[in-house]
Design a protein around this ligand. Structure first.
Ligand SMILES: C[S@@+](CC[C@H](N)C(=O)[O-])C[C@H]1O[C@@H](n2cnc3c(N)ncnc32)[C@H](O)[C@@H]1O
Length: 196
């Protein structure tokens, strides 16, 4: 298990508390979180999108990396109570200044964000973390792909644990010549795709 040395004392305590309830809130495991944090730093991502906020555990790790790169996170959740808990956690961990929260269905919000990007009133995303409704992954991809430039990364969680449900997503990426892909054998399986 990775250490939490990256974080200040209060954030370490908060992350440890959140890890106690991670099955209830469907949070990613700490190794996946640490890897995503490092990947954002290595890639120097500036504009990250997360689909599936829950109580904010993964977003805290993503936002911490964005404090290093000078970037920002937009995170989508349709369950208002979960989003409220997440917002509290962002304040406690002092990452609320780099996070925009969006409340509603990802399928609707992605269309809205897509038209804002096309109009030039929103920056294109260079890193996307998908961790919401598994059968919808393929629909998220079809909405996100036209918005991504070459060099962008998509990371999708639960791609081993829910392999059957995400099969259309995995097939679409594996058959797409514009993407280089790698499955990483973390607890739930993280499928990382690089847009060529
Ligand atoms: C696996 S949890 C996210 C966990 C979070 N990424 C973490 O690791 O801390 C998935 C979340 O996505 C939300 N969700 C599922 N389908 C959604 C949709 N279509 N639009 C918005 N949110 C959705 C659920 O309410 C749930 O809180």
């Amino acid at each position: 298990m990775q250490t939490l040395n990256e974080f200040d004392q209060k954030t370490q305590e908060t992350l440890l508390e959140l890890e106690k309830t991670r099955k209830e809130f469907w949070n990613i495991d700490r190794n996946t979180a640490n890897f995503l944090n490092m990947l954002i730093k290595i890639h120097d991502s500036k504009n990250v999108l997360e689909i599936g906020t829950s109580n904010g555990y993964s977003a805290i790790w993503l936002a911490d990396a964005l404090k290093h790169t000078g970037g920002k996170l937009t995170t989508i959740e349709f369950w208002d109570k979960r989003q409220s808990v997440a917002k509290e956690n962002f304040k406690i961990c002092k990452v609320d200044d780099v996070i925009e929260t969006a409340l509603g269905s990802a399928l609707v919000i992605l269309d809205e964000m897509g038209s804002e990007i096309k109009q030039g009133i929103r920056e294109p995303f260079d890193f996307v973390f998908i961790d919401a409704n598994k059968p919808e992954y393929i629909e998220y991809f079809h909405k996100i792909d036209p918005l991504l430039k070459s060099g962008a990364i998509i990371a999708a969680d639960n791609t081993i644990s829910h392999a059957k449900k995400v099969e259309p997503y995995l097939n679409a990426l594996n058959e797409n010549p514009n993407y280089q892909n790698q499955m990483i054998n973390f607890e739930a399986g993280l499928f990382v795709s690089y847009k060529l």
